[in-house]
Design a protein around this ligand. Structure first.
Ligand code: S3P
Length: 183
């Protein structure tokens, strides 16, 4: 059975846009953990953060990861905070190959500022400083969780998609099904 393609990375790194295109190319379904949580609750991620707090969101996100990881033939785009929970990483890696999408902080700030749906950046006086602060903590965790890294800064959508697909196809060959914990 072919592994899922799991995309991790910081907010605005292109997980959903690239993921959707990869799903089409692979003839997989596209799933997004944020969208799954929004469907279950009938609320936007920002609303959940505001009304119930981040912890409540993280619990729902973990459940979305658990449920989606059990299914096959999917591209799964994860929220930027999902890999911070080791149980999420275990679940995602069990069902798929994990590709980290990386973008430069300036690019992230530029992309994220186009939409106001990111509660972790929304209130920041200095969005770039906030991005750098979060990245400093997260980057090593992302890298440890990933099978491969694709740098998307200065790459157009087509090239980013082609790169992710190439990486997936390379990793898929070595896929041995459900991995053990050490995998
Ligand atoms: C978050 C990223 C968001 C969303 C939530 C928290 C994070 O998803 O899950 O706002 O902690 O980085 P995207 O990475 O899709 O923006």
């Amino acid at each position: 059975m072919a592994p899922n393609l799991v995309l991790i990375g910081f907010m605005a790194s292109g997980k959903s846009t690239i993921g959707r295109r990869c799903a089409r190319a692979l003839d997989f379904r596209f799933r997004d953990t944020d969208v799954q949580v929004e469907r279950w609750t009938g609320k936007s991620v920002s609303q959940i953060f505001a009304e119930e707090g981040e912890l409540a969101f993280r619990k729902l996100e973990a459940e979305a990861v658990r449920v989606l990881s059990r299914r096959t033939r999917q591209v799964i785009a994860t929220g930027g905070g999902a890999p911070l929970d080791p149980e999420n990483v275990r679940n995602l890696r069990r069902g798929g190959v994990v590709v980290l999408l990386k973008a430069e902080p300036d690019e992230i700030v530029a992309r994220a500022s186009r939409r106001k749906n990111r509660p972790l950046l929304a209130g920041a006086d200095d969005p770039k400083a906030r991005v750098l602060e979060l990245l400093a903590v997260r980057e090593p965790i992302y890298i440890a969780a990933a099978d491969a890294v694709v740098e998307t800064t200065n790459l157009g959508l087509e090239d980013s998609v082609a790169r992710v697909l190439a990486v997936y196809r390379e990793l898929e060959g070595g896929w041995i099904g459900v991995r053990d914990e050490a995998g």
